[in-house]
Every structure is written in C-alpha cells, then in structure tokens.
Design a protein around this ligand. Structure first.
Ligand code: 5GP
Ligand code: MN
Length: 344
C-alpha cells in the first residue's frame, strides 16, 4: 500500500517505483488481469489494451483483459490491436497475481469485477479522475492527465517498453477520445507532445479518426435524427446558463435495430447548442433506470451535479444513473443546476 498523495497532485516517485516493482517482480507464471470501467469508452479500452500489449512485449504470457457487464465492445473499437486479450468477465482469472485497473474512479464502476481486486495478489490503479477513491493497493492517479493513457504511457516508459504502432494505437485512441479529438481545454502542449510520440510510430490518425468518430450504421443516423428532434432547450436553467436535453428509450433503439452503445456519440450532437452551457442525454437502461451523460461548456461544474445524484466524472463531462421517469430524472438535474454549481 503506497501512502496517499494529497488530493489534486499526481503520483509520487514512490508510487511509480511501487508500480514498476509490482510489474517487474512478477514470476514468469504470473496471471495478470486488466480491467476497466463498465460501458468502456475509448480511454478505458485504449489504455487497457495498449498497456496490455506493452506487458506482452515484457514477456507476460498469462494475460487477460475484461470489463463488467455484457462482453460487447462498441463496433467502433472492435478493430483495436490487443482486442484478442479480451475475455467475458465470467471467464476472467478468479484470483490473478496482479490486477491492473484503468480509467475507473471508484469500485462502483467495476460491477462484479470488484471481487477480482480483493482476490488478487496486488492491485494497481491507473486513472485520471480527481474523484478517484483509491480502492486498490498502488495508485497512479493523475487528475491533471488528459486521459488514463497518459499515465499508461509513462508507466510503460518507466518499465522500459518502447512504443510500437500497436501499443500506440490504443494509447492514441484513448488520448483522442478523452480530449474530444484534441478540442477540449485538456489539450495541453503535453497532450500534443504525447500525440507526436504516438504518431511517430507510424499510426494513421485520419484512418483512426474515421473509424472511431465518423462511422455509424444508417439506422443510427436515423435514430439520432429522431432523438435530436425531441431535444428541449431551457434557457433559464442553471442560473441562466441554459440547459439542453433529450432522451432515448430502449424502444427507440429497437425500432432502429441499434445497440445501446451507439447512443454514446449522441451527446456531441446535443452539446453544440449555442444557447445552453449544460447538455444532457438521458439513455434508458431498464424500465425505470437511465444512464445520464452531462456536459458543460465551462460555466457549470457538472461533476458536482453528477456526484450529488450518485455518479461522478470530470468538471465538464460527468454522468450518473437516474431512476424513475425521464421527467423525474431531468427534474432532479434541473434542481441540482438551480443550486448554481458554477465552475470556479
Ligand atoms: P459519459 O457521459 O461519456 O458516459 O461519461 C462522462 C464521464 O462521466 C466519464 O468519464 C465518467 O468519469 C463519468 N461517469 C459517467 N457515468 C457515470 C456513473 O454512472 N458513475 C460515475 N461515478 N461516473 C460516471
Ligand atoms: Mn478517461
């Protein structure tokens, strides 16, 4: 167990040393399990698989990657190098020698995989959420990192693993998706420097971007049209900063024959609304359960809203699970926003 670093600061040298020792000290027969958060996004999958390929280069043979819930990877990520490391959660080693967790801020994001943390020899947590609850044994949590893959790249460097095109692809997908394709404020000089190192391996950014952002089935295009048409604008919400929101039901998905993950991209078409600082998409999970995505352009700290409603995230991108009807879920958000949780 490494001593906790003060909130807001990145890993200490002792944290890095402990992480390097945990990997380097593995016997040849060690079983290593990589896990990430439920409904894995580009950062979760890209940093996990990119790092996994790095472990392969180090000679780790017994290596699996998994995530909680149905073993369905969004179509846009199925081509990622290292995807063959993935196994359904039920087939993951029950008692691995080392668990490495990617992009999860808390145990609540790990579903049934929480038991693997308890049952493992050592648990290493790589993350970049300021709200990380430090649920492992060794923590590499850097709230200033634009993506978890920033932390993963640094650990690979300290392990002496050279970047190659396969490793770089996952790390690049992670960096690109968590910076909104290099558009968000998190896009620092360090982010571009890392992107430069990754591109220097020969990976093709145009092709990667087309696959992860600009490819979707026609059914999803029509579904988006329908869901966007019912968007509501509330200019007075969030103390006058404005709220735009919409929702999608399981019936909407069924009518257009689409899987739930296609809705992950919907928030980007909603949050461009000029008249609202806060954007919200409410996605039906079961009868009275909804996965809620929140985004802010900068005036409102939506992570505070999400935390108040049982979720979490970053200041300008957060989420939670809402219960009840759509109107009840949106009413709860409106109420939290009227508390004017303005970002400092
Ligand atoms: P998204 O809207 O893309 O699903 O999530 C945006 C961010 O909010 C994620 O990076 C994640 O940190 C956080 N987030 C989304 N849903 C939840 C949730 O149900 N619980 C928690 N703790 N965080 C969430
Ligand atoms: Mn992330």
């Amino acid at each position: 167990m490494t001593s906790p670093a003060p909130a807001g600061t990145g890993p200490t040298e002792a944290d890095w040393a402990a992480a390097v020792a945990a990997v380097r000290g593995l016997p040849a027969t060690a079983r290593v399990l990589l896990i990430c958060h439920v409904n894995p996004d580009g950062d979760a999958l890209g940093s996990m698989l990119g790092f996994g390929l790095g472990l392969r280069r180090l000679g780790v043979r017994q290596l699996q990657a998994t995530f909680p819930g149905p073993p369905e990877v969004p179509e846009s990520f199925r081509w990622l190098p290292g995807i063959e490391l993935l196994v359904p959660q039920d087939e993951a080693y029950p008692d691995p020698d080392l668990v490495i967790c990617f992009d999860a801020a808390s145990e609540s994001r790990l579903g049934d995989l929480v038991d693997r943390l308890a049952g493992s020899g050592a648990a290493l947590v790589l993350d970049h959420h300021a709200s990380n609850t430090r649920f492992g044994g060794i923590h590499l949590v850097d709230p200033h990192a634009a993506a978890t893959s920033v932390v993963a790249e640094e650990l690979l460097r300290r392990l002496g693993v050279a970047l190659d095109a396969e490793i770089a692809t996952g790390l690049y997908v992670a960096l690109s998706t968590d910076t909104g394709s290099f558009r968000f404020e998190a896009t620092t000089p360090a982010v571009h420097a890392m992107a430069g190192r990754l591109l220097a391996t020969g990976i093709r950014p145009g092709e990667i971007s087309r696959r992860i952002y600009d490819t979707r089935p026609f059914g999803a295009v029509r579904l988006f049209g329908e869901v966007l048409l019912r968007a509501r604008l509330e200019p007075a919400a969030a103390a006058g900063h404005g709220l735009v929101w919409t929702y999608a039901t399981r019936d909407d998905l069924a009518r257009h024959d689409q899987p739930a993950y296609v809705l992950e991209a919907l928030i980007d078409s909603v949050r461009c609304t000029a008249e609202a600082d806060v954007a919200c998409v409410v996605k039906q999970v079961s009868d009275r359960e909804w996965a809620v995505s929140l985004r802010s352009k900068g005036a409102v700290d939506v992570s505070a809203v999400a935390v108040a409603l049982g979720g979490g995230g970053h200041r300008f991108a957060a989420g939670f699970t809402g219960r009840g009807t759509v109107d009840e879920v949106v009413a709860s958000i409106r109420a939290e926003l009227s508390g004017a949780l303005l970002a400092g």
